[in-house]
Every structure is written in structure tokens, then in C-alpha cells.
Design a protein around this ligand. Structure first.
Ligand SMILES: [Fe+2]
Length: 264
């Protein structure tokens, strides 16, 4: 099973640039074009939050328009820039999304079970799951404790080391870690939010974050660092699962580069 993970497209209304400078709509369209041009077609696409930048209905109309080019089934979860009401309305035909409450769900149609978690907190940019969300996750995982499973949520439950990103990280990760660590069948926990690829051993599994299809957060560790990002390299993750061998995750960078050259 091949799973493409696109994250943080931050789509804007038609003709509007992200942060006034970056064509994030083009970035998502380019990523979709790249996915469709792979020499093996993915079975599923995951979009791990911040589908749009300001939660506006016009932005959701645009993200649906761009995603319509995907001829592969896709699942979405919300990020801190999404508006849950507008997202639900825009994706009302996505039957896996619950009609009310947090947008947690489980899709069991594939060799790998996909669990989507809603880590957003209304009116805030940090992430968190309340006790009801943790209980839902524990119950859902307990229903199929042997089937390979991927859990996705927008906010990675880690400290990135980039100070201004950590100000609105996932808060109180220990309770979530405690639930995930109880299960041995979780191939990976897939996240967005940090607009950079990161990998961490976490809760007896692997935690991966995806680059954004829009801007990338700069790699700065100093406490005095000011928030900054660059228009590239844009990218996405490609997760290849094979029976008996598990999940392997590739980082795909978008762009054109010199080559191909012989390699031997
Ligand atoms: Fe984002």
C-alpha cells in the first residue's frame, strides 16, 4: 500500500497569495501533479491539516477545486488554521467525517487502518486532545490491536527545538503517548504543523512530520530566533507499506533539478 501525505497547503482564495507573497494554491496543485506522475500510483492520500489559511468559505471552495484533480481517494484532518464548521460544510460528502463534535475518525477500508485525530483547540493555535478524545483513541485502537495502523494528527506531540514553533506545539503529550504506547501495531504517527520533515522515536512507534506544500519553517534553535520561513523546498511524504516489512517513509522534494545522471 502506498500512501502520499500532503500537509499544510494553506490554500487562499483565488488570486490571493499566502502571507501576501507565496502562491500556496500553486504549491498544492504542483504536489498533486507530482503524486499523480509517480511511477506507482498511491492508494490513498492523507492531507494533515491547515488545508486553508484563514478558515474562509472561499478558501475551502478553492481547496476543493484544487483537490478535485486528485483521482485518488483522500482523507483530511483539521489544523489550527482550519475552521471546523467551514471544513465540515466543504467536505460534507466525505462520509468518514463525523457530523458533530471533534473530527476524529477511523477508516478501515485498506490493508493499513487509518485513524484521524482532531488535535485542534477552538480559538487557539496549540494542539491537545481532551480525555474524551484520548478515550475514543484507546477504544478505537483496542478494536483492532493486531492490524497495521497509522495514526495522524496535525500537531506533532514533540518539542521541535524551534522556539517559536514550540510555543504552540501539542500540549501535555504524555497522556497521548501513554495511549499509543500500549499498542504494538502502530506503524507510524503522521503529523503536519511544523512545516518541516522531522522523525522521532515516540511511544513505541515512529513519529514523522511532513514538509508543507507551501512555505517551510526555517531551522533556528536560538531562544531569540524570530519566526521566519522560506518558499521552499516544498515537499510531501510518501509512505510505502508492505506486508511483513512494515512502513517506510520517503521525503519527496518538489522542484526541478539537473539530471538524470547515470548512477552505478
Ligand atoms: Fe501550517
Amino acid at each position: 500500500m502506498l500512501i502520499a501525505q500532503l500537509s499544510d497547503p494553506h490554500v487562499r482564495p483565488n488570486g490571493v497569495l499566502y502571507q501576501g507573497v507565496v502562491d500556496s494554491n500553486r504549491g498544492l496543485a504542483d504536489a498533486i501533479e507530482h503524486v499523480l506522475a509517480l511511477d506507482i500510483r498511491p492508494d490513498l492520500v492523507l492531507v494533515t491539516g491547515d488545508l486553508v489559511d484563514e478558515g474562509l468559505p472561499d478558501e475551502y471552495a478553492m481547496v476543493r477545486h484544487i483537490l478535485a484533480a486528485l483521482t485518488i481517494p483522500y482523507l483530511v484532518i483539521p489544523g489550527n488554521h482550519d475552521d471546523p464548521t467551514c471544513l465540515r460544510a466543504a467536505f460534507s460528502d466525505h462520509r468518514y467525517l463525523p457530523l458533530r463534535g471533534p473530527l476524529h475518525y477511523c477508516v478501515d477500508d485498506h490493508p493499513v487502518r487509518i485513524i484521524g485525530l482532531d488535535s485542534t483547540v477552538p480559538g487557539e493555535h496549540h494542539g491537545h486532545l481532551d480525555q474524551a478524545g484520548l478515550d475514543w483513541l484507546a477504544d478505537t485502537l483496542a478494536q483492532q490491536p493486531d492490524k497495521p495502523t497509522v495514526v495522524m494528527l496535525h500537531h506533532p506531540p514533540l518539542v521541535s527545538g524551534i522556539p517559536y514553533m514550540d510555543d504552540y506545539r501539542y500540549f501535555d503529550e504524555s497522556a497521548l503517548r501513554g495511549v499509543v504506547a500500549r499498542f504494538g501495531n502502530i506503524e507510524a504517527v503522521l503529523c503536519g504543523h511544523v512545516h518541516r520533515p522531522m522523525v522521532k522515536r515516540w511511544a513505541n512507534t515512529v513519529l514523522c512530520t511532513s514538509p508543507s506544500t507551501a512555505t517551510q519553517i526555517d531551522l533556528t534553535f536560538a531562544a531569540t530566533a524570530t519566526p521566519s520561513s522560506h518558499d521552499g523546498p516544498r515537499g510531501y511524504l510518501l509512505h510505502r507499506w508492505t506486508k511483513g516489512d512494515g512502513l517506510l517513509s520517503h521525503t519527496v522534494q518538489l522542484g526541478t533539478f539537473a539530471g538524470p545522471y547515470p548512477f552505478a
